[in-house]
Design a protein around this ligand. Structure first.
Ligand code: SF4
Ligand code: ZN
Length: 720
């Protein structure tokens, strides 16, 4: 045995012993678990198929680890016998590290509030969509730190620019990467693509047991299917490990387990170089000492390709900067919002009226401002050879993301309720009003070149001009709303498919109709249509619906045939309007879950941001774990928020009148639409008949409430 192999073997053994003795200190009935997950100890759940809830049940982890350490396959066959058995020892280590951190949680020794620690299921779900649509290209697990904080900032900025989310773990000599970023005034948080997980090396397990939940959440894999779960991670989870400044026994041993999941290790330290092994796509362990090259080396090694937006502006640009806030303390100037008038408007114009790339500032720039709140109007004129009026609002809506992705700009709202901020830092770096136009022009070309020929932008900064221009815009906004509200499933020939999530949920396919948007909430029928025009062989395809085979359920032969084919022959029929009969499958990134409450003869809705209890006795995470992976689950449905107020919302079961409970936040978000729907169904007070967590968190309370308000569901035909 080489020295290295011996060291790994010994360290792994020590960690198993440590886990065993820590476990022995607990009463066997003592609860051990992480919060906000449906997967218990996720690694043990996914690979061993065990639901560990109490200390007594955790013995199996120690036994399994010992077996793996001895290179013996477990009873379910789990064994990854590569690299002289070192990967098995690595896996054994991961199991015990997961157990150790769970025990720490039990003892109240979770990482302090500066750190995220265990990542809740909902974060994974919300990241799903960003991963499939490329806003997140990969995940860097960074262990340790470089010598110099300026190098830390440089590395992180490069990851941000390349759409990589960095999770930070561990320290070197008491200083962490996060400390260095603080010193360099880099804002952290998931919105900024930087997640500090924990200050010690053990915290790397939080990245591992985050990754292993992806096959369970999106991939339709079940607990104990160790091979499928590992292969899913190897093939579909674009993660890698970057080890900086320290390489000790624990890191190396843990690293062996990480390799079993297919995540390569890149380091700035001297380490044995390991070429491709059975579980990795390319090289397994790589040294790169040049910090200027290290980020691209990571990407290469994991095989991550990205789209970088090159735009001629003085600040950085990319999705990682989208969530950046510009707070009052760092504000230089703001437009619109509550204190000033502002709008943005995109319209088609004739070919000869548009000079591509022209950006005109009509009014003063922001160099010598007297006030911090100023008026602003952005008018984008677009010339297209095949102009399709439907797509104007789709293009206009992108302005929000385009401007937000610039470092130093914060954009909220749309149309005549925009609120845009520029930070002091952005101003110092040279951001000026013309850059709004430069960004919009470049990005529309980048993303919509298939349908757009020319783009020019006019920026109005004088109040009287803004007031004048906003009038024209408002007339058009109203016309657009009218058009949209008149659009029904019956009024169109084609529905659209969306297969974007297939990279994570291989059998999942969304069908998007005018009255039912994608379950992620991000794609409406118009979006899908626009995307099809932009890339005719892309994820969104039109399906001519033809004649309905069941009007009530919302089934069409053509749709069924399409779904059967694209779901890899796993789904034969799909009802667009039913919860109980052949409902749509879910991938995992749904905004809300609709769940049957048989006792109430209705359904409850819970959205991702609500972490409290529901009257079904289950939280969102638990409910969510029974839906997903591209499987149909009668009685459960993953949906986008806006589908809830559609006339086609589970209309086969009686529609909106079935809703008996939803969290208060969601009710507020939907208030005006719910009120309008209440009038539609002849029950203007309906919104007040829907219970929320202030009225009921148990079934009993819910039933009492429903009786008291005479909820219509109680009088409806029985659901089961
Ligand atoms: Fe995924 Fe459906 Fe959203 Fe498309 S519409 S991104 S398939 S959830
Ligand atoms: Zn999805």
């Amino acid at each position: 045995m080489s020295d290295l192999a011996k060291m790994i073997s010994d360290t792994s053994n020590n960690i198993i012993n440590l886990a065993e003795s820590s476990l022995k200190e607990l009463d066997s009935g003592k609860k051990i678990a992480f919060d906000n997950t449906a997967y218990h100890l996720p690694l043990a759940y996914a690979l061993l198929g065990k639901e560990i809830k109490q200390a007594g049940e955790a013995k199996v982890i120690i036994e399994s680890a010992r077996k793996l350490w001895n290179n013996q396959p477990l009873s379910n066959g789990l064994s990854v016998p590569y690299v002289d058995g070192l990967l098995n020892k690595g896996l054994a280590t991961l199991f015990c590290e997961e157990l150790l951190t769970a025990i720490n949680y039990t003892k109240g020794k979770a990482p302090s509030s500066d750190w995220v620690g265990f990542i809740p299921d909902t974060v994974l779900r919300s990241l799903g969509l960003q991963l499939v649509d490329g806003r997140i290209a990969g995940i860097a697990v960074i262990l340790g730190r470089p010598k110099d904080s300026s190098v830390a900032a440089q590395i992180i900025r490069e990851f941000q620019e390349k759409n990589i989310v960095s999770v930070l773990v561990g320290d070197v000599d008491g200083e962490t990467f996060a400390d260095q970023l603080k010193k360099e005034k880099v804002e952290m948080g998931l919105d900024n693509y930087i997640v500090p997980l924990g200050p010690d090396a053990l915290s790397s397990i939080f990245a591992v047991n985050f990754a292993i939940r992806a096959p369970l959440t999106f991939g339709g894999c079940t607990e104990g299917q160790w091979k499928k779960n590992l292969e899913y991670c190897q093939e579909r989870v674009p993660a890698f490990v970057l080890v900086l400044g320290k390489l000790d026994e624990v890191i190396v041993t843990t690293g062996m387990g990480v390799l079993a999941l297919g995540f390569p290790i890149i380091t700035d330290m001297d380490a044995p170089q390991v070429p491709k092994i059975e579980t990795t796509k390319f090289d397994a362990i790589v040294t790169e000492k040049d910090y200027k090259k290290i980020v691209s080396r990571c990407m290469e090694t994991r095989g991550i390709k990205i789209k970088v937006h090159k735009i001629n502006i003085p600040v950085m640009y990319g999705p990682a900067f989208e969530g950046e806030r510009v707070r009052k303390e760092s504000l230089y100037v703001e437009f619109g919002g509550k204190k000033a008038i502002g709008f943005e408007f995109l319209k088609y114009a004739d070919m000869d009226k548009v000079e591509d790339g022209k950006v005109e500032l009509i009014g003063p720039d922001i160099d010598n401002i007297k006030e911090q709140s100023l008026p602003l109007g952005i008018v984008v004129e677009v010339a297209c050879r095949n102009a399709n009026k439907d797509l104007e609002p789709i293009l206009e809506r992108q302005i929000h993301r385009y401007l937000n992705e610039a470092q130093g700009i914060m954009h909220m709202g749309q149309r005549d309720i925009v609120w845009i901020r520029i930070s002091q830092d952005g101003f110092k770096k040279g951001l000026r009003l013309k850059h709004f136009g430069i960004i919009i022009h470049a990005m529309i070309h980048q993303e919509y070149s298939a349908i757009v020929d020319k783009v020019q932008v006019k920026i109005y900064s004088k109040k009287e001009d803004v007031e004048k221009q906003i009038k024209e815009a408002r007339v058009t906004y109203a016309k657009r709303d009218e058009r949209l509200s008149g659009m029904t499933d019956e009024s169109v020939e084609d529905f659209y498919s969306c297969a974007l999530c297939q990279s994570f949920a291989p059998n999942h396919i969304c069908i998007i109709t005018p009255e039912r948007l994608g379950l992620c909430g991000a794609y409406s029928w118009l979006d899908a249509k626009a995307n099809f025009q932009i890339s005719p062989s892309g994820a969104n395809q039109p399906i001519q619906k033809g004649k309905a085979t069941d009007v009530k359920l919302g089934q069409w032969k053509n749709i069924n045939d399409f779904v059967y084919e694209k779901s890899n022959k796993t789904i034969e029929k799909v009802s667009m309007y039913s919860l109980l009969e052949s409902p749509q499958s879910s991938c995992g990134c749904f905004e809300c879950i609709v769940a049957l409450v048989p006792e109430a003869n209705g359904v409850l809705i819970v959205h991702r941001d609500y972490s409290g209890d529901t009257p079904l006795g289950m939280k969102f995470t638990t409910l969510a774990s029974s839906v997903g992976g591209g499987v149909q689950t009668p009685g459960f449905l993953g949906v986008g928020k806006l589908y809830l107020t559609s006339k086609k919302f589970i209309s086969a079961e009686g529609g909106i009148k079935r809703i008996v409970w939803m969290p208060q936040d969601l009710k507020e978000f939907l208030r005006s639409k719910l009120e309008a729907r209440g009038k539609d169904i002849g029950d203007p007070d309906f919104i007040n008949k829907i219970a929320d967590e202030t009225k009921a968190t148990t079934l009993e309370q819910l039933l009492d409430f429903l009786k008291q308000v005479k909820h219509p569901a109680l009088e409806m035909p029985s659901l089961i």
